[in-house]
Design a protein around this ligand. Structure first.
Ligand code: SAM
Length: 222
């Protein structure tokens, strides 16, 4: 059986009883970065062996994990933070498990996009998640162009190295929309910046962006 287990996005206490029990009871934990997940397993005294399952070994490792589960072993899939499969390598293993007739279940929990949306104060009855925008400026602007007629709140994951460029693109392509920048959610330096894209850009000109970001854009016309 494959258990898809959500883990904290910052604060180690954000884990469910069922997640801890599952990680304790499976035969193997497949983790994106075993060093990262070891901090969590140590904290909860979970002694289950860990193996790495990440972007660059996913094909060989998936075959190995599928073989183990076909033999009756229980495997938990975790990623560095949040819900496996959401902008991380998780989903391929889930698909392969289904393709091989292996039962799959989920142990739901934290997810950065949902945490950011509830924290944002933006309309949340309808929203779309765009994951990471393209790295190259031309491709990024092209993607943003497609949002010109959008009315739903749009959620992006972004890195601190690119967030300034993305805000500049939002100003140029989408006419300086209202945005929320949720930074380091559940961590010591959690911060929610609200305003137009140019307001947030001003803030980042004074103080260099650091940490993990979720960027939300509101398209609701007043
Ligand atoms: N699977 C994860 C989830 O459920 O949210 C997301 C994985 S994705 C590789 C990592 C991105 O999620 C980061 O670059 C950042 O945009 C966002 N993220 C993760 N943790 C965060 C946090 N504590 N605060 C803000 N953003 C976070």
């Amino acid at each position: 059986m494959l258990f898809i287990v959500s883990t904290p996005i910052g604060n180690l206490e954000d884990i469910t009883f069922r997640a801890v029990n599952t990680l304790q009871s499976v035969d193997l934990i497949a983790a994106e970065d075993t060093r990262h997940t070891r901090k969590l397993t140590r904290h909860y005294q979970i002694r289950t062996p860990l193996t790495s399952y990440f972007e660059h070994n996913k094909i060989q490792k998936a075959a190995y994990l599928i073989r183990l589960m076909t033999e009756g072993k229980k495997v938990a899939l975790v990623t560095d933070a949040g819900t496996p499969g959401i902008s991380d390598p998780g989903y391929r293993l889930v698909k392969l498990a289904y393709d091989n007739g292996i039962p799959v279940t989920v142990v739901p929990g934290p997810c950065a996009l949902i945490a950011a949306l509830s924290l944002s104060g933006l309309p949340s009855h309808e929203f779309i998640f765009q994951g990471f925008l393209p790295v190259k400026s031309a491709a990024r602007r092209k993607k943003l162009e497609l949002l010109k007629n959008e009315t739903r709140t749009v959620i992006f994951y972004e890195s601190p190295h690119r967030i300034v460029k993305v805000l500049e693109d939002l100003i140029a392509v989408l006419n300086d929309p209202p945005v929320v920048c949720a930074r380091e959610i559940t961590k010591k330096f959690e911060e929610v910046l609200r305003g137009t894209a140019s307001d947030i850009l001003e803030t980042f000109k004074k103080k260099k962006p650091k940490g993990e970001f979720v960027l939300l854009v509101s398209f609701l016309k007043k």
